[in-house]
Design a protein around this ligand. Structure first.
Ligand SMILES: Nc1nc2c(c(=O)[nH]1)N[C@H]1C(S)=C(S)[C@@H](COP(=O)(O)OP(=O)(O)OC[C@H]3O[C@@H](n4cnc5c(=O)[nH]c(N)nc54)[C@H](O)[C@@H]3O)O[C@H]1N2
Ligand SMILES: Nc1nc2c(c(=O)[nH]1)N[C@H]1C(S)=C(S)[C@@H](COP(=O)(O)OP(=O)(O)OC[C@H]3O[C@@H](n4cnc5c(=O)[nH]c(N)nc54)[C@H](O)[C@@H]3O)O[C@H]1N2
Ligand code: SF4
Ligand SMILES: [Mo]
Length: 741
């Protein structure tokens, strides 16, 4: 069972620990949870969701807060440890060093990070950003506020620079591109209230029990009211079969609630085939919502022709599921009154991620499950404010209404030079085309594929500026050629002024001011840093940057320029959180030019794996096989930050493990718990322990970010997002008898 006792026990332990009282205080602070984009907390108090329902904080939230409540990294630590020593720390060690509390600099000729004053920081940062605009870039991670995000993009665009790489490029960019194409709107069309009216949820490529735990409450309730949950995932995630939630404590103790009604285990990367199969089954049984389609969609004829021409054999060969399984699933969805289609990284992290998203959107439209309460498409977003960053215009694909508003504000056209997204930034840096990089949070080094290339590329940038709350591996491995500045910022619950964030359900939350526990520290608010820097770089015309140091003024600009954010104008007076206008469709009128959903065929992917020779072959005396590797999060980590070593739910006792189906072990001659070499196209990991488990044959699973050394960056050409979930690897070793000798 996922959740349940370990989870409840974790809660108790954390809240009874020495930092417990402060933890409780913080949990009750009126600000949104730091962790995932489900968006618990805010004005209703720390424990409530946007409908005001109680006990909605999960252990992930507690983990994130506890890490922020650590003491400061002692000054002596940076003085006493050389970079070589700091580079020896793993992700968990880095996080446990504590909070950054004063500005630091690493100069290339030295072996240490050393303290520096804020005045020097501003002088160096200003000089580093006074470069040709195409040689300057930013990267951001969706933990900061809307206000900081808005200022970041406005400053760069005012400098004539569009290089606004963002973690969403590595995450839900395929959802943004795909949903924009179909519905003219990039985010979820389902509100929490609407989700509560669904009678079926199709959950694709998501490990929600670990990564969006409070979504599980909604699935438990759905099952309680007689609805069904259809899980599509090559891995049998236990928490999706049974889940215990602290919001339903009695049930948790009794063994949890059943979640999945149907589980499909397709080949990794084949979801387009799964959805084409479901659509074809409807075509054959006349279950397509023809009247709806004709009234509210366009270009559907091409898709219907594709369904007619695509054989069941081609579909089944691609996804590894039988026609019967797909027909049964199609019948179950067709029988439901209102269906929500929800997905996460199992859909987007593929070379055809955007096609996957479009295939889901097509399925929702063909069955009439869009544009009404209880139904729709729902990408489950990652970072707690990643969606807000997109709304604020951080990213390389600026939507037209916002572009026009920004041009009006700046009194001139924005630069026509296309910006670098995250992968383009790494490639450009690797070729020596970037002088200065400003990182608003995140771990660009740890999050990218091909860690060696990522480190090398960052090493070719002159100046790297990192704004962060805690040290991470990127701060030690992703050093600039001349200098790296490591600048400590307030986190969300300690920022001395109000801020806002946007949840994955399009809900804008207002965070109350707070205080830091770090006495004598010299933290800065991201808004203060960005406005001071912009004032030095850009003066006061046409934008008076210093007046924007007051975040109320930033919110006024946001209200004026960001589509759907009009309600922001009153928020400082009304304290009313709100839903971004124009996002939730409860009528079948979409944000496209015609108001109709725009369908298009989705090609079946070509999923052949290379043979062992591609990796240099299996050496004499060894056995092995080629598998398609999923790189995912363990239960106890937040992205590149690891909190716990093991993943009890998948039976993986530590992070240096690979999950493989027993049938593949039998086939290859490898054995459970044997140590193997995992060889990818960009690197290899040695001595990895084999764990037999509930994963589809032909697939394997390892943990990110350690596994990022293995893969080349193969990207979805439509969105730029890397194929993190279908990495070809050779797994090999001497047979156990030989290796034992
Ligand atoms: N505790 C915690 N919460 C988090 C995060 C965290 O690291 N820790 N990260 C946040 C962020 S930024 C994000 S983006 C989200 C990530 O949330 P998820 O997307 O749930 O995270 P992943 O671990 O990447 O898991 C993806 C799931 O997709 C499945 N999968 C892999 N390949 C395929 C495929 O080809 N098809 C299908 N159908 N399924 C597949 C995997 O088996 C796995 O269950 O979580 C957010 N919340
Ligand atoms: N192989 C593989 N690679 C992946 C993925 C995968 O599934 N597999 N997932 C991808 C996905 S979905 C994502 S989103 C990316 C994540 O990529 P990133 O967002 O770049 O990485 P994080 O680990 O979330 O960044 C954490 C750091 O942010 C800083 N931080 C925390 N809070 C704040 C704050 O309030 N302000 C500031 N300025 N800094 C703060 C802390 O210093 C912390 O160390 O990784 C991607 N990479
Ligand atoms: S579900 Fe997400 S937003 Fe809600 S408490 Fe848990 S981590 Fe925070
Ligand atoms: Mo993400």
């Amino acid at each position: 069972m996922g959740g349940g006792w370990p989870l409840i026990d974790g809660w108790a332990r954390a809240s009874l620990s020495p930092s417990g009282p402060r933890l409780w205080q913080t949990l009750n602070h009126r600000s949104a949870c730091l962790s995932c984009a489900w968006g618990t907390g805010g004005q209703n108090g720390g424990f409530r969701d946007e409908l005001g329902e109680p006990l909605q904080r999960c252990l992930k939230s507690v983990e994130a807060i506890s890490a922020e409540l650590q003491p400061a990294v002692p000054d002596a630590l940076f003085a006493g440890r050389s970079l070589a020593q700091l580079q020896g720390l793993d992700s968990a060690d880095c996080d446990r060093l504590g909070r950054l509390s004063r500005p630091l600099i690493h100069r290339a000729e030295t072996q240490h990070y050393e303290p520096i004053s804020w005045e020097e920081v501003f002088a160096l940062t200003e000089a580093a950003l006074r470069r040709p605009p195409e040689r300057v870039a930013s990267y951001s991670s969706g933990r900061s506020s809307n206000e900081a995000a808005y200022l970041l993009q406005l400053m760069l665009r005012a400098m004539g620079c569009n290089n606004l790489a963002d973690c969403s490029d590595l995450c839900h960019a395929p959802s943004t591109v795909g949903l924009n194409r179909v519905f003219g709107s990039p985010t979820s069309m389902v509100s929490l209230e609407s989700l509560q009216q669904a009678d079926c949820v199709v959950l694709v490529g998501s490990n929600a029990p670990a990564n969006h735990p409070r979504l599980m409450n909604e699935l438990i309730r759905l099952r309680q009211r007689g609805g069904s949950v259809i899980v599509i995932n090559p891995v049998l995630e236990v928490g999706l079969l049974q889940f215990g939630s602290p919001a339903f404590p009695i049930r948790s103790m009794l063994g949890g609630s059943e979640i999945a009604s149907i589980v499909l285990q397709p080949v990794p990367g084949s979801d387009t085939a799964v959805f084409l199969g479901i659509q074809k089954a409807w075509l054959e049984s006349n279950a397509i919502a023809w009247d709806f389609l004709k009234a509210h969609a366009e270009n559907w004829e091409g898709l219907i022709a594709q369904l007619e021409h695509t054989s069941w054999e081609a579909i089944s060969n691609c996804c590894g599921l039988s026609r019967d399984q797909l027909v049964l699933t199609a019948e179950r969805i067709a029988a439901a009154g209102a269906v929500v289609f929800a997905w996460a990284m199992g859909i987007t992290h593929h070379a055809n991620g955007t096609d996957n998203v479009q295939a889901i959107a097509n399925t929702a439209v063909l069955s009439g499950n869009v544009g009404r309460p209880g139904a729709g498409t729902m990408p489950i977003r990652g970072h707690s404010n990643v969606q807000g960053f997109g709304s604020m215009g951080v990213g390389v694909k600026l939507r037209e209404p916002l572009r026009q508003a920004l041009e009006q504000l700046l009194g001139r056209s924005l630069s026509p030079v296309p910006g670098y997204d995250t992968r383009a930034l790494i490639e450009a840096a690797d070729r020596g085309r970037v002088d200065t990089l400003l990182c608003l949070g995140g771990n660009l080094y740890g999050a990218n594929p091909d860690s060696r290339q990522a480190g090398r590329a960052l090493g070719r940038i002159d100046t790297v500026i990192q704004l962060a709350t805690k040290p991470n591996t990127g701060h030690f491995h992703g050093l600039g050629a001349r200098q790296t500045l490591l600048l400590p910022v307030f986190n969300r619950f300690e920022t001395p002024h109000r801020t806002t964030v946007e949840s994955g359900n399009n809900w804008v939350r207002l965070n109350e001011p707070g205080r830091t526990h770090l006495r004598g520290s010299s933290l800065i608010s991201e808004v203060a840093f960005l406005t001071e820097l912009a004032a030095r770089l850009l003066g006061s015309d046409p934008i008076d940057w210093r007046s924007l140091a007051d975040p109320i003024a930033v919110r006024q600009l946001i209200a004026r320029t960001v589509p759907g954010y009009g309600a922001m104008a009153d928020i400082d007076v009304s304290h009313q959180e709100f839903e971004v206008a124009g996002r939730v469709f409860d009528q079948p009128r979409f944000a496209t030019a015609s108001g109709r959903a725009r369908l298009a065929p989705t090609p079946l992917p070509e999923l052949r794996l290379p043979d062992a020779d591609h990796f240099g072959g299996i050496p004499p005396g060894e056995v092995g096989l080629v598998l398609s590797l999923i790189t995912a999060r363990s239960y106890g980590q937040h992205n590149t930050v690891v909190y716990k070593q093991g993943d009890p739910y998948r039976g993986m006792p530590h992070r240096h493990t690979i999950l493989i189906n027993q049938a593949d072990l039998d086939l290859s001659g490898l054995q459970a718990h044997q140590r193997v070499t995992v060889q990818g196209e960009a690197g290899a990991l040695e001595q990895v322990e084999v764990i037999p488990g509930a994963i589809r044959a032909g697939a394997a699973l390892m943990f990110y970010p350690e596994a990022n050394q293995l893969m080349r960056a193969v990207i979805d050409p439509q969105s730029g997002t890397p194929a993190f979930k279908r990495v070809p690897v050779l797994v090999r070793s001497a047979p156990p008898a030989a290796s034992a000798g």
